[in-house]
Design a protein around this ligand. Structure first.
Ligand code: NAD
Length: 496
C-alpha cells in the first residue's frame, strides 16, 4: 500500500503566491491561505491566498479603466500582443512545462503538449481580424443591415487544476482579442502558471489592468458570479460546481458558459485493429494520470474482445508510476481512487490490474498510484458511474452495439465518447447515436482542435454554446445590428 497523506515540509516556509492586479504582483491581504504541495513529492511549494470579495471589488476599477481604452484599439492592433505572446510562450516552453510539472504533477512531455495545445488557441484568437468580421447585407432597396461586434467589458474565467495553462488559454486570449479585460481565478491547486501567464502577457505588451489574476476558493468564485461589473463568466471544472456557477452567475444576469466533469465511454468492437485500439485506449485512460475531462473511463467491450483486453492489460501493467505516470493532484484524490479499487474488490468485481500494488519509482511523499482495470462491472457499479478522475478503466461486457449505446446514452455526462472498429457502418451508427458533444472513431481523446469548438453535452456543460472556436467569439462579444438608409425610397414601405 502506498497511501500517505502528510505534506513533507512546513507550510510556513513557503512563499505566498501573488495576485496580479493592474499589471503588478500584489500580496493578498486575506488572512486565509492554503498550502499548495508538489504532487510528485508532497512538499509544500507555495501558499495560496483565499482572496476576498473586497479584493475583487478593489481590482475592478483598474480593469474597467484599462478595458475602456482597449475597446477603442482596432482589433488588428489588439491581436499584435497575441502574436508576441505566442512567441514568448514557445520560447519559454521548457520552463513553463517544468512549472506545470511542479504544481500539477503532469510529466514534462504531457505539460509541453498541453502548452502547445493552448498555443493553438492563441493562434486562433490572433486571427480574429480574419474570422471575427460581422455581416453586411442589403435587406431592402437602399437599406443595408450590418452586424458589428462590441466588447462586453470586464469578464472572468474560473479554471480547474488539471490544465494550469491550457484552460486559461482557451478563454483569455480570445476574450482579450474581443476587446474585454479578463480576470482569471485559477484553481488553488494550480496557482503558479496563472501568474506566469500574466507576466508573459505583460511582456508581450498587454496594457496593465487587462489581465488580472485573483487566487481564491468558493467565496471568491461566488463574488465573481455576483459582481454586477463582471459581464460574463467562463467556467471549467467539476459538474456540481459548474452547475452552481451557472445558476448563480445566470441569476445575477450575466452570460455564463460552464463546462463540467465527464465519464467518457469507449466502445470496443471485435473487428477493431487490436494493436492500434489497445495502445490508444491505454493512452486515453492513463495520459495525465487519467486527470483529463477527455480521458477514457468506461470500456464497453462487445463480444469476443479478450485478445484486445489482454493487450490493454499488458500495456497498463508496464506503466511505472513516477516514470511513465505522473501523480494524482492531492493525497486525498489518490486515496479516493484507492477507495474505489478497494470497494470494487470487496464487491467481487475482477481487478485485472490493481494500481495500489504497482511498482512505484516516484518520490516517497508523492501521490502516485498505478493504472488499474476493473473488469465485469455493471452500469450501476459506482466505478462505472462516478467520475473517478484517475488512471482507472472500468470494463462492462456487452453483447451488441445497441446495448453499448444504451449504456453510453444513459450516463448523465456527455463530454466525449469513442468507438474502435473497422466497420464504417458501426462507426456511422455510433457517431449518430452517441450522446456526447465530442465523438471519436478509433481515437480515444477526440479533442476538437482549432477552429473546431470544445464542449460537451448534458451534465458536462451548462449554458448553451462551446467555450472555444467561433461560438466563443459570440460569447465574449456583444453583437449590434445597424440598419442604414441614405436615400428616400420611391415608394414608402414599412422600413421607410
Ligand atoms: P473543481 O470543480 O473542484 O474546481 C474548478 C474551479 O472551481 C476552481 O477554480 C475552484 O477553485 C473552484 N471551486 C471549487 N469548488 C467550488 C465551490 N464549491 N464553489 C465555487 N467554486 C469552487 O474542479 P477541479 O478538481 O479543479 O478540476 C477537475 C474537474 O474539472 C473534473 O471534473 C474535470 O472533468 C473537469 N474538467 C472539465 C473540462 C471540460 O472541458 N469539460 C476540462 C477540464 C477539467
Amino acid at each position: 500500500m502506498i497511501l500517505q497523506t502528510k505534506p513533507r515540509a512546513k507550510a510556513a516556509n513557503a512563499q505566498q503566491v501573488p495576485n496580479v492586479i493592474a499589471g503588478k504582483c500584489v500580496r493578498s491581504r486575506s488572512p486565509r491561505s492554503l498550502a499548495k504541495t508538489n504532487p510528485s513529492t508532497g512538499e509544500v511549494i507555495a501558499r495560496v491566498p483565499l482572496s476576498t470579495a473586497a479584493e475583487l471589488a478593489a481590482a475592478l476599477p483598474a480593469a474597467q479603466a484599462a478595458q475602456r481604452q482597449w475597446a477603442a484599439v482596432p482589433v488588428k492592433d489588439r491581436v499584435q500582443v497575441l502574436y508576441k505572446f505566442k512567441r514568448l510562450l514557445e520560447d519559454d516552453l521548457g520552463r513553463l512545462a517544468g512549472l506545470i510539472n511542479r504544481e500539477n504533477g503532469k510529466t514534462v512531455s504531457e505539460a509541453r503538449a498541453s502548452i502547445a495545445r493552448g498555443v493553438e488557441c492563441v493562434e486562433y484568437a490572433a486571427s480574429l481580424p480574419m474570422i471575427g468580421n460581422g455581416q453586411v447585407l442589403e435587406v431592402g432597396r437602399g437599406v443595408e443591415c450590418k452586424m458589428l461586434r462590441f466588447p462586453l467589458g470586464v469578464v472572468a474565467g474560473i479554471t480547474p487544476f488539471n490544465f494550469p495553462l491550457m484552460v486559461p488559454l482557451w478563454m483569455a486570449p480570445l476574450a482579450l482579442a474581443c476587446g474585454n479585460a479578463f480576470i482569471l481565478k485559477p484553481s488553488e491547486q494550480a496557482p503558479l502558471s496563472a501568474v506566469e501567464m500574466a507576466k508573459l502577457l505583460k511582456a508581450a505588451g498587454l496594457p496593465d489592468g487587462l489581465f488580472s489574476v485573483l487566487h481564491g476558493g468558493r467565496d471568491l468564485v461566488e463574488a465573481i458570479c455576483d459582481h454586477p461589473d463582471i459581464k460574463a463568466v467562463g467556467f471549467v471544472g467539476s459538474t456540481p460546481v459548474a452547475k452552481a456557477v451557472y445558476r448563480r452567475a445566470s441569476a445575477a444576469g450575466k452570460r455564463v458558459r460552464a463546462l463540467g466533469g465527464a465519464k467518457n465511454h469507449l466502445v470496443l468492437v471485435p473487428d477493431a485493429d487490436p494493436k492500434m485500439a489497445a495502445q490508444n485506449i491505454v493512452d486515453s485512460v492513463t495520459g495525465c494520470c487519467g486527470q483529463r475531462c477527455m480521458a477514457a473511463s468506461v470500456l464497453l467491450a462487445i463480444g469476443e474482445v479478450d485478445h484486445v483486453i489482454a493487450k490493454i492489460q499488458a500495456r497498463m501493467a508496464a506503466l511505472v508510476p513516477g516514470r511513465d505516470l505522473g501523480p494524482l493532484i492531492t493525497s486525498a484524490s489518490r486515496d479516493k481512487i484507492a477507495g474505489y479499487l478497494a470497494r470494487a474488490e470487496k464487491k467481487g468485481a475482477r481487478l485485472l490490474l490493481d494500481g495500489r500494488k504497482a511498482n512505484n519509482v516516484g518520490a516517497k511523499g508523492g501521490y502516485f498510484l498505478g493504472a488499474s482495470i476493473i473488469d465485469r462491472a455493471t452500469a450501476t457499479h459506482e466505478a462505472a458511474r462516478d467520475e473517478i478522475f484517475g488512471p482507472v478503466l472500468t470494463i462492462i461486457r456487452c453483447k451488441t452495439l445497441d446495448e453499448a449505446l444504451a449504456i453510453e446514452n444513459a450516463n448523465p455526462f456527455g463530454n466525449a465518447a469513442a468507438i474502435y472498429t473497422g466497420s464504417g457502418r458501426a462507426a456511422q451508427q455510433f457517431v449518430a447515436r452517441a450522446a456526447a458533444g465530442m465523438v471519436g472513431v478509433n481515437i480515444g481523446v477526440p479533442v476538437p482542435r482549432e477552429p473546431f469548438p470544445f464542449g460537451g453535452w448534458h451534465d458536462s456543460r451548462f449554458g448553451d454554446g462551446d467555450l472555444t472556436g467561433a461560438a466563443a467569439i459570440d460569447f465574449w462579444s456583444a453583437s449590434k445590428k445597424v440598419t442604414t438608409k441614405w436615400e428616400a425610397p420611391a415608394a414608402a414601405n414599412w422600413m421607410s
